[in-house]
Design a protein around this ligand. Structure first.
Ligand code: SAH
Length: 219
């Protein structure tokens, strides 16, 4: 295959969108957001040929940018609206935050590695997305100063549901998180808060890197 210059893989991008549709992503707003955000911008140069392949890719600090289908699926299930304030735990590359920012009013995303948080901030600034705030810190504590959140998405595997996040969910709010053993298969769980009552529903099986406590001491 001939190598396309980065940012001009229009055939790859079209096939990518079609693949998402074929796999059942039907929400036009989610598809539009995926179309709008250049994924090649979020993967290292060495992986630019794979930017539109449907698989997770390595990023710095031993972490991964999630598989596009899982990003699309979780975004669709989260049901984000234009007035929503959204909290993401696990910024990683910043790709999921970028997608969410096309659908929501405001996105706060928390990352425990300084290197990743700074790189993600740089990408978001280059793209000119102004409604995303990337914070360095422990996502398990959420962002109490910005709570409550209409939507919360956790993009690292939790072994139990973090109580601070449930607390920071608005009434009528929805939280999605991969729940299950580290290093194994987790399930995406949808947590809903309605009149103060919490309900949980299990969705698809996934594999995410672990949600770990505390800010990372390494870079
Ligand atoms: N959403 C990302 C992929 C996330 S990978 C993307 O679109 O690229 C999971 C990320 O969660 C990793 O970067 C990891 O460092 C981060 N993470 C794990 N535990 C965390 C915690 N307690 N607080 C904040 N970030 C955390």
């Amino acid at each position: 295959m001939t190598k396309q210059p980065v940012g001009d893989d229009s055939v790859g991008r079209m096939q990518f969108l079609l693949a998402m549709r074929r796999r059942g992503i039907g929400d036009a707003n989610v598809l539009r957001a995926i179309d709008e955000v250049p994924r090649e911008h979020f993967v290292g140069n060495e992986f630019s040929d794979d930017a539109y392949a449907d698989r997770a890719l390595p990023i710095a600090c031993g972490q991964t940018i999630s598989q596009p289908y899982v990003v699309a699926y979780m975004t669709e299930q989260l049901d984000v609206g234009p007035g929503h304030k959204v909290l993401e735990i696990g910024t990683g590359s910043g790709y999921q935050a970028a997608i969410l920012s096309r659908l929501a009013h405001e996105v706060i995303s928390i990352e425990r590695y300084r290197t990743l948080a700074e790189a993600a901030r740089g990408r978001i600034a280059t793209l000119g997305y102004q409604n995303i705030e990337i914070r360095l810190g422990d996502g398990l504590a959420g962002a109490p100063d910005k709570a409550p959140f209409d939507r919360i998405i956790v993009t690292a595997a939790a072994e139990t549901i973090p109580p601070a996040l449930v607390e920071q969910l608005a009434d009528g709010g929805v939280m999605l998180l991969p729940l299950g053993p580290h290093g194994g298969v987790q399930r995406i769980v949808r947590v809903t808060k309605s009149s103060g009552e919490i309900t949980q529903e299990e969705l698809i099986g996934v594999r995410f890197v672990p949600l770990l406590p505390g800010q990372a001491h390494e870079l």
